[in-house]
Design a protein around this ligand. Structure first.
Ligand SMILES: Nc1ncnc2c1ncn2[C@@H]1O[C@H](COP(=O)(O)OP(=O)(O)OP(=O)(O)O)[C@@H](O)[C@H]1O
Length: 353
């Protein structure tokens, strides 16, 4: 049974950083590092509205659930589409952190949220943390958190460019003196790339495949630039015409072509951001390069492709999937160092009783 979050958050000691992602939720505990990294998925019983499974277990149910059980991704396109389910999800992750015995009173919580979200959505994220017993809740824009997590010198008077490609959103930002100077966000990212593979299988091979199959194919053979050794991958699904199970082997060249639509949209966004950047900052970026973060940064050849098209250095951040969470964690540890960065987000305090 799901218990109120307030019964749980109060048990924590250390301050928390949370990357509430469309695809994955990561929790960073001060002094301990990343302690939770699981898919943002909840399996809910439609009749009772109870959460049956969360995270890894729920993701395994996607596309395989009976009609009465729905696997919900409550953060569609980087925004909180379903507040109750987000609460259930946070409840589960927090209980997991608790089991790992990070005990103490009301923590401060810093939540990474996409920069395009509305004030109402920011409030929804903070309310979830506060109702869970957090002492103070802050939101920070994901590209800023990603830049901090990637170790960029965000507080210095130099321009840093970060591209955060997640599941639902791609964010591009130029940061200088602790603030975001230029920022673009679109709801085209990893999920759209998976969708493009689903469409390709249907259109070119009369094959109906699920989201997980598409994502696995993207990870195994998806690319944005010719590979030194092209690969082959088997797509398994159902024949569109006969309804029978079917497997088709496809090449990485076909997949590259299939995903070129969303990949080009992401590249165009990065180009637009470069074009809009004030000249003195672009000089810094040409020297220091563009840093790619988020799971989408792992798409093979994306760095090479960008380097070739933009003619400037492009680097993939270390461990790009955890950049935002590590950034929120660093901010939670030293709020005073990140006042300007947090100003882009917002603080909410618990009403005193
Ligand atoms: N090796 C890989 N190659 C390509 N894409 C990958 C790879 N590994 C993970 N991804 C993709 O990265 C995305 C998840 O990235 P991440 O966890 O940074 O997103 P998120 O924070 O949950 O989403 P958002 O920032 O939109 O809320 C998924 O679309 C996933 O398929």
């Amino acid at each position: 049974m799901i218990r109120p979050l307030s019964a749980l958050f109060g048990l924590f000691s250390r301050d928390l950083g949370i990357d509430l992602g469309t695809a994955n939720t990561l929790v960073y505990v001060r002094g301990k590092g990343i302690v939770i990294s699981e898919p943002s998925v909840v399996a809910v019983d439609k009749k009772t509205r109870r959460a049956l499974a969360v995270g890894v277990e729920a993701k395994a149910m996607v596309g395989k659930t009976p009609e009465t059980i729905v696997a919900v991704r409550p953060l569609k396109d980087g925004v909180i589409a379903d507040f109750d389910t987000v609460e259930m999800m946070l409840h589960y992750f927090i209980r997991k952190v608790h089991v790992q015995r990070f005990m103490a009173p009301h923590p401060r919580v810093v939540i990474g949220i996409p920069s395009g979200v509305t004030e109402v959505e920011k409030r929804a994220a903070k309310d979830a943390a506060l109702s869970a017993g957090a002492r103070e809740a802050y939101t920070i824009e994901e590209p800023m958190a990603a830049a901090i997590g990637a170790g960029l010198p965000i507080n210095e008077a130099v321009g840093s460019m970060i591209v955060d490609i997640g599941g639902g959103t791609t964010e591009v930002a130029i940061i200088s003196l602790g603030g975001i100077v230029v920022n673009y966000s679109i709801r085209v990212a990893g999920d759209e790339i998976d969708d493009a593979i689903i469409q390709f299988a249907r259109r070119d091979h009369n094959l109906v495949i699920g989201e997980r199959t598409a994502e696995n194919a993207k990870i195994a053979a998806g690319s944005a630039y010719p590979l030194e050794e092209e690969r082959r991958v088997t797509l398994r699904g159902r024949d569109l015409l006969t309804g029978l199970p079917k497997a088709v082997e496809v090449s990485s060249v076909e997949i590259r072509d299939a995903i070129s639509g969303p990949v080009n949209t992401i590249i165009d966004l990065i180009k637009t951001c470069v074009e809009e950047t004030p000249p003195e900052l672009i000089a810094d970026i040409m020297e220091r390069g563009i840093v790619l973060a988020g799971g989408g940064a792992l798409l093979m050849g994306l760095d090479k492709r960008l380097q070739a098209e933009l003619r400037m250095p492009v680097y993939r951040a270390d461990d790009p999937l955890t950049c935002v969470a590590r950034g929120t964690g660093r901010v939670a540890e030293a709020l005073h160092l990140y006042q300007r960065a947090l100003a882009g987000g917002q603080e909410l305090r618990r009403p005193s009783r």
